[in-house]
Design a protein around this ligand. Structure first.
Ligand code: NAD
Ligand code: GLY
Length: 366
């Protein structure tokens, strides 16, 4: 069992990582449950795969459990589902001091977190992430959001969970494509500022993706510790530290937009290709040794993740992809900051990238 704390004044919280923790949820969640009753929000896939374990644990602790099962998929991060969920929370008499349990991937975590942020001006919530992406990234740090017609994650709030319970064995039922997509967010931590962890990833990715418990636990604990430190240093992404977590996301966002934010390209797959593009762009700009860009590309490709536009099934030109980037919520005063690299483990925020250079680079990549 590993416990990592997000050190935030007045709203710090623990993240517990343990194989089988879901089956001990009755005990582990007890401090966050009042009046002997708890609301669990999940999606249909997770309900089929993992809800039974959580229910059994909560029932076993004598708790009255009610469940909201939402449709799976990115479309659930919508105004309509937010309205339905907040109505359900009000109907169940959720109070400010209560904690709602989010059981699922980043979609459920982001939606429940946002509902909790606005219900009665803020109630509590607990994250029980069940995808690799959610276990290493989205369940930690308090970014909550829904999508709007204008783009992804444009309506949201910072609202930290009260507790995060990570049971890596929940990944046993996650489709392999989703596991691989989540792995892109693991590698990211090595590429940001931890070259030794990237080397660990190169040596252990195969075991991790095959579900080896030791490799999985190490990767999750290392990633969560890295994210917790970044969030504690820059909770609201104001100093530039937290922005480093967006490595691969600006290029990736354009790829997701071009593929219609659909199952054609999962978020983590777009991040993987986006990371490879960011490193190759950095090498083209003379910032990063070409050997490092090649090493990053080779590793991601070896895990089966997309690393080129063609791998993503995209044949758009540079101008089209850069036009998608203009809708990115990170636009700042008409300029788009990019996460670039001086090498593996040496990511930095570049605020002066000429979009014409990005366009030309993407035309070369096409
Ligand atoms: P997801 O929540 O859609 O889950 C992926 C799929 O796996 C879904 O079909 C889901 O039903 C299924 N699933 C989940 N757990 C399962 C399990 N254990 N067994 C079987 N099936 C399971 O997707 P995701 O990749 O977890 O999250 C993507 C979302 O996260 C995006 O909306 C993205 O914007 C958001 N995100 C948020 C942050 C943040 O900091 N808040 C960070 C990264 C990504
Ligand atoms: N996933 C990016 C962040 O939490 O800031």
């Amino acid at each position: 069992m590993t416990t990592i704390t997000v050190a935030l004044e007045g709203r710090g919280y623990d993240i517990l990582i343990e194989d089988g923790a879901l089956d001990r949820a009755g005990t582990l969640l007890a401090p966050y449950i009042r009046r002997g009753r708890v609301l669990v929000v999940t999606d249909g896939n997770v309900a089929a795969a993992q809800l039974g374990r959580l229910r059994a644990a909560l029932d076993g602790a004598g708790l009255a459990v009610s469940v909201e099962v939402l449709p799976p998929g990115e479309g659930t991060k919508s105004w309509a589902q937010l309205a339905a969920l907040t109505d359900a929370m009000l109907a169940r008499g959720i109070e400010r001091g209560d904690h709602v349990v989010a059981l699922g991937g980043g979609v459920i975590g982001d939606l429940v977190g946002f509902a909790a942020a606005i219900l009665k001006r803020g109630c509590g919530f607990v994250q029980v992430p069940t995808t690799l992406l959610a276990q290493v990234d989205s369940s930690v740090g308090g970014k909550t959001a829904i999508n709007s017609a204008a783009g992804k994650n444009l309506i949201g709030a910072f609202h930290q969970p009260g507790f995060v319970l990570i049971d890596p064995t929940t990944l046993d039922t996650l489709p392999q494509r989703e596991v691989r997509a989540g792995y892109a967010e693991v590698v990211k931590y090595g590429l940001i500022d931890d070259a030794a962890f990237f080397a660990w990833c190169e040596a252990n990715a195969a075991a991790l993706l095959a579900g080896d418990p030791a490799a999985r636990a190490s990767a999750i604990a290392h990633s969560v510790a890295a994210k917790a430190a970044i969030v504690a240093a820059d909770e609201r992404e104001t100093s530039g530290t937290r922005a480093l977590l967006n490595l691969g996301h600006t290029f990736g966002h354009a790829l997701e937009a071009e593929t219609g934010f659909s199952d054609r390209l999962l978020h983590g797959e777009a991040v993987a290709a986006g990371i490879a593009l960011a490193f190759r762009f950095s090498a083209c700009a003379g910032l990063c040794p070409p050997g490092d860009a090649a090493r990053v590309t080779a590793h991601l490709r070896a895990t089966g993740l997309p690393v080129t536009l063609a791998d993503c099934g995209i044949d758009a030109d540079g101008a089209t992809l850069v036009a998608h980037m203009a809708h990115d919520k990170k636009m700042d005063g008409g300029r788009l900051p990019f996460l670039l690299a001086r090498g593996i483990g040496r990511t930095f925020l570049a605020k002066d990238v000429a979009l014409a250079d990005v366009t030309a680079f993407l035309d070369e990549e096409a």
